[in-house]
Design a protein around this ligand. Sequence first.
Ligand code: CS2
Ligand code: MG
Length: 405
Amino acid sequence: MVIDKIEVFVSCPGRNFVTVKVTTSDGTYGLGDATVNGREMAVVSYLEEHVVPCLIGRDAHAIEDIWQYLYKGVYWRKGPINMAAVASIDMALWDIKGKVAGLPVYQLLGGKSRNAVTLYAHANGKSIEQTLDNAAQHVNNGFKAIRLQSAVPGLKVTYGVLGDKKDYYEQQGNRPLPPEEDWSTPKYFAMIEELFIAARKRLGNDIHLLHDVHSRLTPIESAKLGKLLEPYNLMFLEDASMAENQENYKLIRHHTTTPLAIGETYNTIWDCKDLIQNQLIDFIRVAATHAGGITALRRITDFASIYNVKLAPHGAPDLSPVCMAAHMHLNIWAPNFGIQEFVGFGNDELKQLFKHDYKVVDGMAHVSEAPGLGIEFDEEAAKAFPYKRSYLPVCRLEDGTVWNW
Ligand code: CS2
Ligand code: MG
């Protein structure tokens, strides 16, 4: 059974997705996600020009060899564009292997470690009250873990808080140039403790609370924030600071017992290695699409388990439903699974294009029993939603300095 055809589809059902379909000589096909938010066409060209021609005629079962061929074999290792291309092929090959075996992918990984996958929902708001109203709604719907983000008074825009637009930020397709946002650390510090004081009062102590800083703080400011939030018992504080210099997290770690999470932009095990082996974080937030697929996430997860670090995959809507399906199989298998971020795929266009087979009940995902990944993509319907150039915002301090987004 050899690889016969590889097709790359770019569609915009509310936001852009790059979907890869690998078809074998016996007609079996598998799907992969290659979406790199705001840089979609770079991956398409990398796949079509440099990856696809090398794979036609290769054994579709040789997942590990193909992974190594695309990683070690290319000289230019790592990087988001390269690794998203590797990831999409890898996911599609696992999908195919499962279909041929007649088994869901989690069975090929070693079977279930739990009954269902715990999810965390997002609660955003223009005010603390609105954030907590949204959080209370998630609790009513059965969620046991919620990420809280609230607008910072005095800033023009706050990430994830959209005023009267209902959609999550990244679901707004068609931003032909990057919008800009402002940031002030003092204004943020004036709000943030109030959010968690009010959250514990309103939601009690049984709900897991999480928060994403989007790397806006320096390490010493992150250390201060971690200490400040200790009384409110967060499940984790995400992306407090950048960790291009992984030493940054030593400083944060030495000052606080608030659990730390990072990894959504990481592309390989090397990006997480020092943080994991020095036990500077508690959750690793890699995504199958951005860190090299199921093969790579399985390896990172096993490595992390030795150091008591749990898997908490990135789950923003810029990862397609194909990636989320792959995560579900990893999550139900991983002995050191922590939690899955889950914003959902609300819009109707998107539901027309992608059909997944897992079910969400009371904030838990019940994983697909269909052979392979349990995901379908309607390539005919996709034609009605062509690519639209769109960017994430750029962040600036109030004096105009470009800042971390
Ligand atoms: C966020 C994302 O979900 C998260 O944790 O950090 O919304 C992130 O900003 C986007 O995925 C960027 O594309
Ligand atoms: Mg994040």
